[in-house]
Design a protein around this ligand. Sequence first.
Ligand SMILES: *Cc1c(COP(=O)(O)O)cnc(C)c1O
Length: 221
Amino acid sequence: MANNIKDNINQYLEEFSGKATLVAVSKTKPNEDLLEAYEAGQRVFGENKIQEMTDKHESLPKDIEWHMIGHVQTNKVKYMAPYVTLVHAVHKLKLLKEINKRAKENNRVIECLLQVKIAEEDSKYGMDAEDVDKILASDAYQQMENVKVVGLMGMATLTDDETQINNEFAFLKNKYDEVTAQHKEFKILSMGMSGDYKIALQHGSNMIRIGSAIFGARNYN
Ligand SMILES: *Cc1c(COP(=O)(O)O)cnc(C)c1O
C-alpha cells in the first residue's frame, strides 16, 4: 500500500470495481482524513460509535453514506436514525424493533444486516446462523415497515491461519446463499477487512470494510 489516503482509496476502488463496495472505516480518524478519501471519490464511510459518526455526519459533505459497522446500543439508535444508510451489525430482534421505531419517526426505511457469529473467539458479537431464519420468519419482524434486512455481516477470527478464515467466510457465504434463495430483498454480504479481504472476495463478499490499510494504524488514546 502507498502511504497516502488518496492512493489507497484509488487502489481499493479499482481492485473492488464491479465486485464489492468499499466501506472506508474511518473510526478514530479526524475529518481531514475523511475529506482526503472523499476527494479521491470515496462516498461510503464506516464508523463504530454513534456519537462520533453523528459529529462527522454534521460537519462533512452531505452526499456521504454513513454505515454503522459496530455494536449498537439500543438507546443511541435515535441519534443515527435521521441519516444512517446501513446498519451492519444487528445482533438481536430487540435492536431491530428500536431501529424500526426510530426510522418510522423519521419517515424512513433503514436497511440493516444481521451479524452472524462466524469467529471462534467469544468476544465477537453476532447471532447463530439459525437465529437469522428465526428473526426473518418472526411475526414481529414481518410487521416492521421501517426496517429492511438486506443481508448478512460477519467477522472472521483474527488469525494467520488462512484455512480457518476460509472456512469461516465459506460458512457465511453458504448461509447467505441459502437465505437469499428465500428472500429476494437480500443483496449485501459484508465480510472482509484490511487483513483478510482477499479471502473474503474469493468467497463472494460484495461489501468490504477497510480501515487501517487506508488510513493507517488507529491510536485509541
Ligand atoms: C474496525 C473495523 C473494521 C476495519 O478494520 P481494519 O482491520 O482496520 O481494516 C472492519 N469492520 C469492523 C466491524 C470494524 O470494527
